[in-house]
Design a binder for this molecule. Sequence first.
Ligand SMILES: *Cc1c(COP(=O)(O)O)cnc(C)c1O
Length: 366
Amino acid sequence: MKWKQQIHGMKAYQPGKPIAEVQREFGLKEVIKLASNENPFGCSPKVTAYLKDDATNHAIYPDGYAQNLRTAVADHLGVKETQLLFGNGSDDIITMITRALLYPGVNTIMADPSFSQYWHNAEIEGAEIRKIPCIEGAHDLDAMAAAIDDKTSVVWVCSPNNPTGVVIPDADLRAFLNKVPSDVLVILDEAYLEYVTHPGHKETLPLINEYPNVLLMRTFSKAYGLASFRVGYAIGQPEIIAKLDPVRAPFNNTILSQSVAAIALSDQDYIKACREANEKGKKQYVEFCEKHNLNYYPSDTNFIFFNTRADSDVVFNELMKRGFIIRSGNALGAPGFIRITIGTEAQNAALLSHLEEVLKEQGVFA
Ligand SMILES: *Cc1c(COP(=O)(O)O)cnc(C)c1O
C-alpha cells in the first residue's frame, strides 16, 4: 500500500488501562481512575435528569451545524455564532487545524511537555515539530517566540498546561502575542479554564479581537463532566472559523451530545461548586507534597504533577495494584513525576495514604 511516509512506525494513542481490566488483572473490587482528568463528580444533575427521559429520534442525522448548541454557547460567551467551530471533542478541532494548516515544509511550535495530540497530528501531516522545553512546568514563551520563523504555521499554547497544570498569566500571554506575526495561528488550548483560580489570569475572550490570529479551544470533557459525549469547540474570528469549517466532518457531534452540552452549559452553579471542591482537593495534594518535600508545580487544573523522586513507572504500578490508576511521568517525558487527577475528598485521602506507603517502600522518605 501507498501509506503516507509519516504513518510508518507511528503508535496509536495509549489511553491507560480501563477500570474493568485493572479489576480483573489484580482481583480488585473497586478501582479508582484518576488518570485522565475527568470530573470526579460527573456532570450536572440537569444532564442526568434529561438523559433519563431522553426521547430523541436516533435514526436521524444530527444537525451538522449544531444550531441549538451554537446559540447556547454564543449567548453564554457573548460572541457571534459564526465565531464558533464545534468538534468531536477538542481532539477533533486539533485534527481540523493540523489538516488545514500543516504540511511538509512548514513548522509548528509547542511546549514540552504539553498535550501529545499537537505533535501527534503534526507528525501525520509531515510538518516540522519544534518542541520548546518548559521551565518549571511553565511555557518558555520567550523561547517559543524566538523559534518562530517565516515557515511557522501554528503555535500551540496550552494554558493551563497539561500535564504540568501551570497557567499563563495575562501579562505574559500578551507579551508573547505581541511578538507573534499576524499570519501565524496561535491556538490557546483552555481545556481546564473552568478550574483556573490564579489571580494573574484574566478573561481570554477579548484576545480574539485584539489578536485576530488567536483561536481559543475549550471542551465539555473536563469540568463539565461530559468526556464520553465528545464535545469541544473553538472560538475565533469568523474568517478563521470559515476556513476550518470545510475540513470538519459533516456530522461530527451526535444529537445527544449537542443537547447535553447545552444543558450542562446552563448549569454554571454546578461548575462553580466543582471548582470549589477541586480547590479543597488540591490542598490535600499540596499538603502531602509539602510534608514530604516533593517538588510540585502550582496547578490551576483538576490534576497535579509532582516529582516522587522514585521511578514513576514503579509508583504507577504499585498504585494500580492497590486500586488506583494514575499517569506516570515517564510516558509524558518527565521521569520521576506522576500526574494525578484530583478526585473527591475521600478518593484523594485514600490515594495519598497508599502513595505514602509506596514512597516509603521506595525509600523516598522514612
Ligand atoms: C483533555 C484535553 C483535551 C481534549 O479534550 P477533548 O475535548 O475530550 O478531546 C485537549 N487539550 C487538553 C490540554 C486536554 O487536557
